[in-house]
Ligand binder design. Sequence first.
Ligand code: HPA
Length: 253
Amino acid sequence: MPIGIIGGTGFSQLPEFDLHREEVTTAFGAVTVLSGSFADKEVVFLPRHGAAGRLAPHQIAYQANIAALQSLGCTHILATNAVGGIREDIEPGHLVVPDQFLDFTRQRPLTLAEGSDEEIPHIDVTDPYCSYLRRLIAEQAWEAGLVVHQDVVYVCTEGPRFETPAEIQMFAQLGGDVVGMTGVPEVVLAREAQMCYASVGVVTNYAAGITGQTLSADEVHELMDQLRSRLLALLTGTIARLDPDADCLCPFK
Ligand code: HPA
C-alpha cells in the first residue's frame, strides 16, 4: 500500500525523485498525483496547492484529494503545513506536530458523505491525528537535531488573508498554539476515510501581533525555501521507518 504525502506551501514538487504523474478520477473531481518510490517505499505525492503552488487555501479540493489517496489504497498520510507561531516559544524555523485542532474555517466541505444516503458521518475526532505517525515524525526530527514541539493545538482559519492581532489573541486564549489555513478539513476527511494522518507544521513566522511586525506571503515562502531540504530529509526518514502495521489509537484500527 502506498504512503500518501500531501505537500503544503513551499513543498509542491519533489524533482529529486523518480515519480510519474497519474490522473485519478474521484466523485469530487480529478486529481493529479505523482506516484513512485521514495525512501524505498511506494508513495503517492499530492501537492495541496497544485503543481504550480497557486491554489489558495479555500480553493483546494480537499474532498477530491483525500478521495484520490483513498482510491489509490493509501492507509497513511503525512502532510506538511506552513504555520504561524502563536506562542512565543514556537519560533520561526521550528517544527510542530499538532495533536488537536480548532476549526475556524467557514465555507469548506465538511464530509466525504455529502449528498449520499450513507449513514450520517458523526466520526470520532478525540485524537484526530494518528498517535503513531506523530511519534514517528517527532522522533525523526529530534534525531535530526530539529526543534520540534509536540501536543500542539493547530488553529485553522479560512484565509487567504492573514489574521488580525485581535484574532490571534483570541486564539491564544482558546488554547491555540499555531495558526494555518489548510489543515482542516483535510485531517477530518482523512479520518472519515479511515486513513492514519499526521502533519508536520513548519513555523514560517510569528502570528500577527506577536512581534508587532506586519506579515507577508513572501516571508512565509522565504522561510519554507530555507527549511525545504531539512523538511525533505525529515519526511524521507519518517517514510523509511514507517511500519504500516504499527499500532496506533486511531478508532478504525
Ligand atoms: N497565519 C495563517 N497561516 C499561516 C501563517 C499565519 O501566520 N503562516 C503560515 N501560514
